[in-house]
Every structure is written in structure tokens, then in C-alpha cells.
Design a binder for this molecule. Structure first.
Ligand SMILES: Nc1nc2c(ncn2[C@@H]2O[C@H](COP(=O)(O)OP(=O)(O)O)[C@@H](O)[C@H]2O)c(=O)[nH]1
Ligand SMILES: [Mg+2]
Length: 247
């Protein structure tokens, strides 16, 4: 593979028992970028495997997706940070396009908009919950997002400056809401979405998991409503796919 000429980026990979997916995920991290696996007590050898494959590994003390992602962003040493799941459902190679939008200066936060590329990828309950929440965000902030995506690229210092407090499943939603409130330019770029490479879903792959996500999301939405004052609408900046935006 050619060495990358792009800015160096740390890819934060929240990981809980993803040994089946790790080799493929780490192999797809763009050349010259840094893979940072954040573990919360995997028991399937993920930590040892990630180290053997050359990734940096960080351990996040509290359990939870948000705790892992936040610890990874804190530990990152690069200006740009990308966050992506470590289950093989998303392709780290596609992050170069998202990072180019941030480093090009046209967006502060670039989110992946998932497009399933194989059948049976996205359980109906997770997809419906995601669509409903994206609609709520559009309605309450004016930011035209369509996915509470697990794929995000932004400047590390900007992300830490948001003061995110959720450490569970509400973390991506809180990122979007706080970024909108802060007037960030938020852009969506389509990313491919597949079935996980192996292992088990810990978040939205089961109805129970989706319900847990909804509980976390409700808490984040309630806090956001308090922060903006009774859920009043405010104009935000539209999230657009730069490939589809008029030039
Ligand atoms: N470190 C850590 N990673 C987690 C935790 N929960 C989920 N993840 C990781 O976050 C990513 C998304 O979780 P996943 O189970 O695929 O959720 P789904 O895509 O909604 O089914 C995967 O890479 C998981 O390994 C956690 O508590 N700690
Ligand atoms: Mg997944």
C-alpha cells in the first residue's frame, strides 16, 4: 500500500470482544494513520490480538461505548480523530474521504451516513429507532442529519471541548446535539454498512439492546432540551454530503 499523504489521523476503535473482526478492521486502517483500540474488559483475546497486530491499546475503566470512545479521544495524540466501530460492519478505509472534508476546512464534524451493502445488515428496530432520532435532531436543531452514526471525524480538541457527559450509548447523539448547539458545520458522507464480521452485537443488534439505546438517548434528549430551553427550534447548519451538494 502507498504511504498516505493525508494528515495523520488516530482511528479510535471501541472494542468489546471483537477478535473475529480485528484483523480485517486493522488491515483497513489507512496507511500512516494510527489505530487505537479501546477495550473495556474483552475476554476473547481482543487486547492481545490488537497489540500483536500493531495497534495501540487503551483500557477504559467504566463499561460502555461512550466511555471507550471518550477514553480513546483523550488518549489520541493527533489533531484529527476518527471514530468507527471495531466489528467489521464499517470500513476504516472509507475514513480518508471523511477526514479530507475536515482537513479541507469545510466542516467541523463529518459523520458517516450508513448505506447497507448486503442483506440483513441493519435490524429493522435499530434502523427505525435511528431514523426517528435523526428526525428529532433535524426538527430540534435544523441540522440535516439522517444517521446517528458510529462513524465520525473531527478535530480532537473540538471534540473534547464539547464537554460530553454520556458514557454509554447516548454518546453519538450527544455529540451531534452539542455540536449543533455550538454552531459546528456538520456534514454527512455515505459509508458502506455490512453485517458484523463475527461475534455478538452489544448495542442495537437485539430488541433489548435497542431499548437500552432508547433509554440512553432519551436522557440525552432531555438534557439537551433543558440546555436549549424547552425544546425551542433553532436554526442550525444543514448536514450535507459534499458529493451531493450544489457546487
Ligand atoms: N470498549 C467497549 N466497546 C464497546 C462497548 N460496547 C460496544 N462496544 C464496541 O462498539 C462498537 C459497536 O458495538 P456493536 O456491538 O457492534 O453495536 P451495534 O452495531 O449497535 O450492534 C463495537 O466495536 C463494539 O465492540 C463497551 O462497553 N466497551
Ligand atoms: Mg455493530
Amino acid at each position: 500500500m502507498e504511504p498516505s499523504t493525508e494528515a495523520r489521523v488516530t482511528v479510535v476503535l471501541p472494542c468489546l470482544d471483537e477478535a473475529a473482526a480485528l484483523p480485517g478492521v486493522l488491515a483497513a486502517v489507512p496507511a500512516g494513520w494510527l489505530a487505537l483500540v479501546v477495550d473495556n474488559g474483552s475476554t476473547d483475546g481482543s487486547v492481545q490480538l490488537a497489540r500483536r497486530l500493531g495497534a495501540q491499546v487503551v483500557t477504559a475503566a467504566p463499561r460502555g461505548y461512550g466511555a471507550a470512545v471518550h477514553a480513546g479521544i483523550e488518549a489520541a495524540g493527533t489533531e484529527l480523530v476518527a471514530v468507527i466501530d471495531c466489528d467489521g460492519s464499517l470500513d476504516p478505509a472509507e475514513l480518508t474521504e471523511l477526514a479530507a472534508v475536515v482537513s479541507g476546512g469545510t466542516a467541523d464534524l463529518v459523520c458517516g451516513r450508513r448505506r447497507p451493502v448486503e442483506r440483513g445488515t441493519w435490524p429493522w428496530h435499530a434502523r427505525a429507532g435511528n431514523a426517528a432520532l435523526a428526525w428529532l435532531i433535524r426538527r430540534s436543531t435544523g441540522t440535516l442529519v439522517h444517521d446517528i452514526a458510529p462513524v465520525r471525524v473531527a478535530r480532537r480538541s473540538d471534540l473534547l471541548g464539547l464537554g460530553l457527559v454520556d458514557r454509554r450509548c447516548g454518546y453519538p447523539l450527544e455529540t451531534l446535539l452539542r455540536a449543533s448547539r455550538s454552531g459546528w458545520r456538520i456534514v454527512e458522507v455515505e459509508v458502506s454498512y455490512r453485517r458484523r464480521a463475527g461475534g455478538r452485537s452489544k448495542v442495537s443488534g437485539t430488541i433489548r439492546g435497542t431499548l437500552r439505546v432508547l433509554v440512553d438517548f432519551t436522557a440525552v434528549l432531555r438534557a439537551n432540551r433543558r440546555a436549549v430551553g424547552n425544546g425551542s427550534r433553532r436554526a442550525g447548519r444543514p448536514a450535507t454530503d459534499p458529493r451531493q451538494a450544489p457546487r
